[in-house]
Design a protein around this ligand. Structure first.
Ligand code: NAP
Length: 313
């Protein structure tokens, strides 16, 4: 069987934009969407900063429309989880759900996943009051006191969102200063339902024995003093980790595990391109992910056409 022109791994804004552009270039791309189809925007509500939607658009609606647009122009979409890739072979090999796909080019758009605190109690209570997604699970904690861990924009956003449901939201952050942008800090500080546990770390989440969250044990960073605080849920919002385990040892990654790209979406392996959060730890926006997906598709098209790099602009 002929190798595919383009195999895209991942179905967030980066992957779907790469699919749209390569489909419209007649490359008949195959997109393997993974088991968390649509990526992180599936876990959000209203998106107000994606240009073109002056009244905002719901995350899942935006992703549904992007998917339909990519399909309309001929993208073949497979719902499967990629289990391995071989980027040393030509054509490249991508394996998913007992299928083996051969590809002239591969576009990696596997995004990033939520980081966890690493506590045993957090692992045991995940989905039982411990969550990484306020928009998915906030609804379950109406009128209750809950916690959000983290001091970045994600934590502020989640805390503000959760005040719609909770009677009180305790933000737990390990330093005295927040990392979040000024505007998000101001919004959170102005919200009367949000209270602050700064210079504190979560030592344990209870009660794993009863399979529900009843409290968290906080440790004051300066003094080491432990306090048990009753809460019904703990939302962990401490950042993300790039989904690059599949590519380790085959492609150049930075110290944090993000794929290193240069001159657009090119990686150190000719014919392999990366876009979206898997290669971007700075901007991480839907629009920048989509923009880099477009770059990856154009780079792949030029590569397939054999256009020399210095003439590719
Ligand atoms: P982030 O900026 O990396 O912040 C992560 C936060 O979690 C930091 O405050 C960090 O503490 C804390 N943290 C990390 N590991 C921890 C651990 N093991 N235990 C306790 N605390 C821990 O991540 P983010 O908030 O997800 O934001 C990522 C990017 O997306 C940022 O560029 C952000 O601006 C952007 N973003 C923007 C919006 C928006 O504009 N609406 C919304 C969400 C995200 P330290 O501060 O002590 O390191």
């Amino acid at each position: 069987m002929q190798p595919r022109n383009v195999v895209i791994i991942g179905s967030g804004p980066a992957g779907l934009t790469a699919a749209l552009y390569s489909a419209r270039a007649n490359l008949k791309p195959l997109l393997i969407e993974g088991l968390e189809a649509g990526g992180q925007l599936m876990l959000t509500t209203l998106i107000e900063n994606f240009p073109g939607f002056k009244d905002g658009i719901m995350g899942p609606d935006l992703m549904g429309d992007m998917r339909a647009q990519a399909e309309k122009f001929g993208t073949e979409i497979v719902r499967a989880h990629v289990t391995s890739v071989d980027l040393t072979m030509r054509p490249f090999v991508v394996r998913a759900a007992d299928q083996e796909y051969r590809a002239k080019t591969v576009v990696i758009a596997t995004g990033a996943s939520a980081k966890l605190l690493g506590l045993e109690s957090e692992r045991r209570l995940m989905g039982r009051g411990v969550s990484t997604c306020a928009t998915c699970d906030g609804f379950f904690f109406r009128g209750q006191e809950i916690a959000v861990v983290g001091g970045g924009d994600s934590a502020m956003e989640e805390a503000i969102y959760l005040t719609r449901f909770a009677s009180k939201v305790i933000v737990v952050h390990r330093r005295p200063m927040l990392r979040a942008s000024k505007i998000m800090q101001e919004k959170a500080r102005a919200n009367p339902k949000i209270v602050w546990a700064l210079e504190s770390e979560v030592e344990e989440i209870r009660d794993a024995g009863r399979n529900e969250v009843s409290s968290m044990v906080l440790r004051e960073v300066q003094t080491g003093r432990l306090t048990e605080v009753p809460v019904s849920a703990v939302f962990v919002a401490i950042g993300h980790r790039p989904n690059t385990a599949l590519f380790k040892g085959q492609i150049e990654l930075d110290a944090a595990g993000y794929i290193i790209t240069h001159d657009g979406a090119k990686t150190n392996v000719p014919g392999v391109f990366a876009c979206g959060d898997v290669q971007d730890h700075i901007y991480r926006q839907a629009i920048t992910a989509a923009g880099s997906g477009c770059m990856a598709a154009l780079d792949a098209e030029h590569y397939i056409d054999g256009i020399p790099e210095h003439l590719q602009t």
